[in-house]
Design a protein around this ligand. Structure first.
Ligand SMILES: Nc1ncnc2c1ncn2[C@@H]1O[C@H](COP(=O)(O)OP(=O)(O)OP(=O)(O)O)[C@@H](O)[C@H]1O
Length: 554
């Protein structure tokens, strides 16, 4: 449309002003065509922006959904091994950078490849010499791209990596603010933040310096090309080879040919950023699941029945964590837990207790050995069933920003208020919730900051009651509360354990003797197991534990 507009306008001028015998009557035709082409051009520009915006928004929305699905699919096994800030940057800013790449850069690439070709063809038809000069300059800019790509690609990658590091550090600081304050470490951490901010600043400046160098050099090539075409056309006009309208046409068409290429330069920055961000986004989409979905899922029968859990020669090392040391987190663990009974897992710090619990929830799969629920390998069990099988009450309960009711309904979205109240009553937390300003509609704040640790744990018990899962995991649930809270929590947990297969990580003797079976882990190995009464007569880790705790209480 731009080329047509220039040709029609030149023709108008030729007929109206320049031609030896002015033909005002003949001006109407080309003028009308010019007007139509101006309108068409505006419509095309509007259409291009609309299509680009719509495509970019669609890509952004779909990509975010796919990433969110993928992240939920990968589960905690993936997220615990990566900084939360990096994942946040990938999902939020990475997708935004890809949106700019798809929405602005790619359409401009198409326009700047197709547009100049047409304009140069029209120019060559009007004036072959100007066409040849303009064509050569137009080709030179994209042809130099591989060279710039090497320089800018590396700088964009560096900038993106620095940005991810900085974002991860900021999120870490926010999440650990109370720890930093308590340790008096805000100064030290602030120093690290400043260092990362400085690294980001340097990477950004390097990135910007490269892209402005590209811009300046390309702009020089294009301006020089325009000037050269026009100068050559002017010389040819002076020798009578080109009329005045032809000279004007060359000037317009040359500018028209270079315009999309110059506009593309404005988007190169977005283009390289999109490519750099795309690496993280696609790495997340293609990441290997620590516990992939079964090819032929099996169900183990009525899913609310407490299962018989069996671990057979289970060995597991965290991905990349024990390279070549041969000291996995769990080594050859074999255990049987009868339906409806309680297994207490104990052992020194780092002995593998949490790892065992992680494997039971299938956050990861063991590298060798098997975990069976009613004879079905967890790897083959339908994923929904695995998810529905366990409920957890941990030492530190995560409550999401929202009301008490919202947090409880995570376990059962369709529960009515009466059901929530009953669960809260059984979890010994109803009085506390009723005492809050808006009862179940009270917003508990991010991470449940409005409730005490013991209260949050009882909310977790209520959630577990609502979920009604047949396997219960208690991760040192009573270790961080005072005597009175512990009594309430114990009552609540007793109610919860009834009719479920329970695995509890415990250190206190009072919790351990409550179990049907005790397993003592040491350095990833199962060193002792049996009923507490049977273990009492043997010498070993259990006796050491009993002696140590008796000493403490004496
Ligand atoms: N996400 C992880 N990535 C790499 N190694 C890990 C990870 N989590 C735990 N480990 C390592 O695996 C081993 C077992 O850790 P685990 O958390 O299971 O021990 P634990 O008995 O639960 O300890 P604690 O009582 O201190 O919670 C330790 O050597 C630990 O450093």
């Amino acid at each position: 449309a731009g080329a047509g507009q220039a040709v029609a306008l030149a023709e108008t001028i030729r007929r109206a002003l320049i031609s030896g015998a002015p033909d005002p009557a003949g001006v109407g035709g080309p003028l009308a065509v010019t007007g139509l082409l101006v309108v068409l051009r505006c419509l095309l520009l509007w259409g291009r922006d609309q299509a680009a915006n719509r495509t970019a928004s669609l890509v952004r929305a779909r990509l975010r959904l796919r990433l969110a699905d993928r992240l939920l699919d990968l589960g905690p096994g993936h997220t615990v091994t990566r900084p939360a800030g990096t994942l946040r940057t990938t999902i939020a800013d990475g997708v935004e950078a890809i949106r700019a790449y798809v929405g602005f850069y790619l359409p401009q690439v198409v326009v700047s490849l197709g547009g100049p070709l047409i304009v140069v063809a029209v120019l060559t038809w009007q004036d072959p010499v100007a066409g040849a000069i303009t064509g050569a300059c137009v080709v030179l800019v994209p042809a130099s791209r591989p060279f710039w790509r090497r320089i800018m690609g590396a700088r964009s990658q560096r900038h993106w990596a620095a940005y991810e590091d900085f974002a991860a550090r900021v999120l870490d600081a926010l999440q650990g603010m109370t720890t930093l304050k308590a340790l008096g470490a805000t100064g030290v951490y602030g120093h690290r933040l400043r260092r990362d901010a400085l690294a980001l600043y340097r990477a950004t400046m390097g990135d910007l310096a490269a892209s402005s160098a590209v811009y300046v050099i390309s702009a020089f090539l294009l301006t020089a090309g325009t000037a050269l075409s026009v100068v050559v056309a002017a010389i040819r006009h002076s020798t009578g080879q080109l009329d005045a309208a032809g000279l004007l046409l060359v000037a317009w068409l040359t500018a028209e040919a270079f315009r999309p290429v110059l506009e593309l330069q404005n988007y190169w920055h977005e283009g390289f950023h999109g490519l750099a961000a795309g690496k993280g986004v696609f790495a997340l989409l293609d990441a290997d699941a620590p516990a992939p979905a079964p090819v032929a899922p099996v169900t183990r029968g009525p899913s609310n029945r407490p299962p018989r859990l069996v671990l057979r020669e289970v060995t597991f090392a965290y991905p990349g964590a024990h390279p070549g040391t041969g000291r996995p987190a769990l080594r050859g663990v074999t255990l049987e837990i009868e339906p409806g009974t309680t297994l207490a897992v104990t052992g020194r710090s780092g002995s593998g207790k949490s790892t065992l619990v992680n494997l039971l929830q299938r956050y990861f799969d063991p590298q060798s050995g098997r975990i069976l629920a009613d004879g079905v390998d967890l790897r083959d069990l339908d994923r929904d069933e695995v998810r529905a099988m366990t409920a957890v009450v941990a030492q530190d309960t995560y409550l999401f920003h929202g009301t008490v009711a919202d947090n409880l309904r995570l376990a059962r979205p369709d529960a009515d208020l009466a059901t929530l109240r009953e669960a809260a009553r059984r979890a010994r937390i109803l009085d506390v919730v009723d005492g809050l300003p808006d009862g179940f509609d009270t917003v508990v704040g991010e991470r449940g900051a409005r409730l005490s640790g013991g209260e949050r744990q009882r909310i977790a018990v209520a959630r577990a009651l609502l979920k009604d899962a047949p396997v219960l995991i208690l991760d040192e649930a009573t270790s961080a509360v005072d005597g009175e809270t512990e009594a309430a929590l114990r009552e609540a947990l007793g109610e919860l354990r009834a009719g479920r297969t329970t695995i509890m990580i415990a250190h206190r003797l009072s919790s351990l003797i409550d179990a049907d079976l005790v397993a003592v882990l040491d350095d990833g190995r199962l060193v002792e197991h049996g009923a507490p009464a049977d273990l009492a007569g043997r010498s070993g880790s259990w006796s050491d534990l009993v002696a140590a705790q008796s000493g403490v209480t004496r």
